[in-house]
Design a binder for this molecule. Structure first.
Ligand code: ASP
Ligand code: MG
Length: 443
């Protein structure tokens, strides 16, 4: 589902992230909602007022609301920049102490803004809830969220709990953060823990599109998309939601909606994109979207010995060096030797090269040449419909052929086909595929 990772300890979902089921919450008369506002939606006191207006509207409809906020736009970058400036090899615990501060400011300001609107609200930092996480600083995973503290306040008449996203507390009592973009995951985890009716993610785009509107003018907003499709699109570079948040939503069946905080209207059901179970999808296009990823590189080991264990001898050291290998092709062997090609993020090429040359020096692998091409891109078509329809690959390859685009590597999964091509054709390929699958029209 993600970029295929050969890290030895792949990140596993634990607690909310696996295991512990959401603690039950007594059903209130009107269901609780979770509303999350991203950085651009809370970028100034004015914008916070606008976001608070949306929260107040839901309260007026009778909902209790948990609001998850991000840091004001640019703030997390600014804070992490100061950390690096202060200490090159920083202590990750202090990094978290600093970068989590952005969300604290927004949470307090949001609570104050709501109070100014006569909405009973208060702020919570992660440790106050507490949002318990692992000790993996800057990439912590959520273990559980006891609901008691916040539920008690709702029982006393509080209408809105404003929670700082992105942060939690470790078993050692230190502040942790969940990785960049982690507020989405905070929001979904709260929705799961509190059994929320819906988790609305307010952002600066009005939903999930069939492809990048900057590339294809025919790009269309999807009303609904299946969790699995969203996972593919999220990990393929459609950067709307943090991938982990979609995994969590899928696991706990959280109704997740992506919508714009800049559009008019107060979040009625028709706006945005609902990320939901496959059965709840209504459109029937075989392909739902075309994704692209620009920063890909391709490496080829020329003429390696074709023997049992060779793949392990190559990809073991890459894994050890923290290289995320995605696509892999091994050619047919000739006279006992073969070429092995794989793709990886561009910025990991030096690391990969070093690990492979070291493995050669150590006598674990042998190759004639090591070629890196950093001018490639990945384009993928994604759709649940592929499970039951044949011919998608043929149509995709034909569309690329018609544009004279050469395919370097192909990989497929049940609901996705990806190709690696020269980067200069990326936009053209996206447009051609969007057209070939008729995505400008709802299926
Ligand atoms: N503020 C954090 C970031 O910029 C977390 C988030 O906004 O999701 O990554
Ligand atoms: Mg985000």
């Amino acid at each position: 589902m993600h970029r295929f990772s050969i890290c030895l300890a792949p990140p596993s979902l634990r607690a909310y992230d696996t295991g512990v089921e959401p603690a039950g919450r007594k059903k209130p008369t009107m269901p609780l909602l979770v509303m999350k506002f991203g950085g651009t939606s809370v970028g100034s006191p004015d914008l916070i007022r606008r976001a608070a207006g949306r929260v107040a509207a839901e309260v007026a409809r009778g909902h209790d609301v948990i609001v998850i906020v991000s840091a004001m736009s640019g703030e997390t970058d600014r804070l992490s920049g100061m950390v690096s400036e202060t200490s090159a090899l920083f202590d990750a615990r202090e990094y978290d102490a600093v970068v989590s501060a952005g969300e604290n400011v927004t949470a307090g300001l949001m609570a104050l803004t709501l109070q100014e609107m006569d909405v009973p609200a208060r702020s919570w930092q992660g440790w106050q809830v507490p949002l318990n996480t692992t000790s993996a600083h800057s990439a912590a995973r959520i273990e559980d969220i006891p609901t008691g503290n916040i539920t008690a306040k709702f029982a006393e008449g509080m209408k809105v709990a404003v929670v700082a996203g992105f942060q939690g507390v470790s078993p050692e009592g230190r502040i942790t953060t969940l990785g960049r973009g982690g507020s989405d995951t905070t929001a979904v985890a709260f929705a799961a823990a509190f059994g929320a009716a819906r988790c609305d993610i307010y952002t600066d785009v009005d939903g999930v599109y069939t492809t990048d509107p900057r590339i294809s003018s025919g790009a269309r907003r999807l009303n609904r998309i299946a969790f699995e499709e969203m996972l593919e699109l999220a990990s393929l570079g459609a950067r709307v939601l943090q991938t982990r948040s979609v995994e969590l939503a899928m696991r706990y069946k959280v109704k997740l909606r992506v919508l714009s905080s800049f559009a008019d209207g107060d979040g009625d059901e028709a706006t945005g994109t609902l990320v939901c179970d496959e059965e709840e999808r209504m459109e029937s296009n075989v392909v739902s979207g075309v994704a692209h990823s620009r920063d890909e590189a391709q490496m080829t080991l020329v003429s390696v010995a074709d023997r049992p264990g060779i793949a392990a001898a190559i990809f073991g050291p890459l894994s050890g060096a923290g290289v995320n290998v995605d696509m892999i092709v091994q050619n047919i062997a000739e006279e006992g030797r073969t070429d092995m090609t794989f793709s990886l993020p561009t910025d990991q090429v030096p690391r990969a090269e070093k690990a492979l040359r070291q493995a050669k020096t150590d006598g674990n692998i042998n190759f004639h040449d090591l070629i890196a091409d950093v001018n490639v891109a990945k384009v993928s078509v994604v759709g649940i419909g592929m499970r039951s329809h044949t011919g998608v690959a043929a149509r995709m390859f034909e569309a690329l052929h018609a544009e004279g685009i050469n395919i370097k590597v192909i990989t497929t999964s049940e609901i996705k086909i990806s190709v690696l091509i020269d980067r200069k054709y990326m936009e053209l390929a996206v447009q051609a595929l969007h057209d070939a699958f008729g995505l400008e029209k709802a299926g």
